[in-house]
Write a protein that binds this ligand. Sequence first.
Ligand code: URA
Length: 209
Amino acid sequence: MKGVTIVDHPLVQHKLTLMRKKDTSIKSFRELLKEIGVLVCYEVTRDLPLEKVEIETPLTAMSAPQLAGKKLVFAPILRAGMGMLDGMLELSPAARVAHIGLYRDPATLECVEYYFKAPADMGERLVVVIDPMLATGNTAIAAVDRLKEAGATRIRMACLLASSEGLSKFLGHHPEVQVWTAAVDEGLNDHGYILPGLGDAGDRMYGTR
Ligand code: URA
């Protein structure tokens, strides 16, 4: 699908399978999500621009590459986004963080915002939205709407698992926002859960079911 990159690295695929298993412990689930966060971040940031700077090694002077421009903003959607954020911050520790609190009304599956806090200069930074589960697409669409309202112009989306229906809907609304995900599952059930999926990522991270 145009605009979607499947992170098909064997380590990511193996870890995702462990996460899908219903008997995987909360501890393992959380560790795996963090580890996949690192690996997905590596792919999402693969084409970041570099600039040359003059440095001194212990032996001589050289012109060496460093990241150009302002630091990234990671924008986790609460609460499951926090699990991938930890891994992404390990790889890019100076990134800024914009927290987005959205929940799905279980009756309508529509999004309700309850918290939003972002850096002031969003328009000058690349923003990576983090939501492990892109299911109906409604939450991701609302998050990107809100980030655009806050001034963001360069936005990417990092997921663990997406549904094909949710991806089509998301890209219909925000065609310029590229998505990275470890897998795309075919189905969604009547409650908006991805099938076969891995269940409720927030509950499995925090043991709230
Ligand atoms: N959110 C989840 O945590 N899991 C799903 O399958 C869908 C949305």
